[in-house]
Ligand binder design. Structure first.
Ligand SMILES: [Zn+2]
Length: 175
């Protein structure tokens, strides 16, 4: 490029391009929970542009979670379909993802989808599965629930059952 655009215009151009990328990545969802975007889950950490190269930084939720490969492929596919040829997906391991990063909107979507969202605790750490935890049933709101299995439909979730409405539901484990 021979012409140097003035700095303010260049910055606002980058911002609008980033906004467009954000909107595209808003459509990338957790393959296991298709109602929640990677942004709502706090998996999407950063988007940056260097010329035409897009760098997307994501943080793995549960280590070894096979969903991350799918998410990475989905990011690449959506961006290339929108005309972005040079896409770098970086995994950031530090700071480690915690369920505290799930947005309020993400928690609401989890509940609507029938998954009990992770409960926040003072220290950010949960007693992961405890028999006496009063986990509310996403179907009827009853706290009269019990843990059936520490592993639900995926390793990231535990399987619970509501003792009032007898509905089984997944609980998104805290980290
Ligand atoms: Zn219930």
């Amino acid at each position: 490029m021979n012409t140097a655009p003035n700095r303010v215009d260049a910055a606002s151009l980058v911002n609008s391009r980033i906004s467009r990328l954000e909107a595209l990545l808003e459509q990338v969802t957790d393959p296991e929970i298709p109602v929640v975007s990677i942004r709502d889950l706090g998996i999407l950490r950063d988007i940056s542009l260097d010329g035409d190269q897009v760098t997307v930084t994501i943080t793995t939720t549960y280590s070894g979670c096979p969903a991350m490969k799918t998410i990475e492929a989905d990011i690449r596919q959506r961006l290339s379909a929108a005309g972005y040829e040079e896409v770098l997906v970086k995994q950031s391991l530090s700071p480690a993802w915690t369920t505290d990063w799930i947005s309020a909107q993400g928690r609401e979507k989890l509940r609507e989808y029938g998954i009990a969202p992770p409960q926040k605790t003072a220290g950010g750490l949960c007693a992961m599965i405890s028999a006496d935890s009063s986990l509310a049933c996403p179907q009827c709101g009853s706290e009269h629930t019990e843990c059936i299995s520490e592993f639900g439909s995926t390793a990231c979730k535990a399987l619970y059952r509501c003792l009032d409405c007898a509905e089984a539901f997944d609980y998104f484990k805290c980290l």
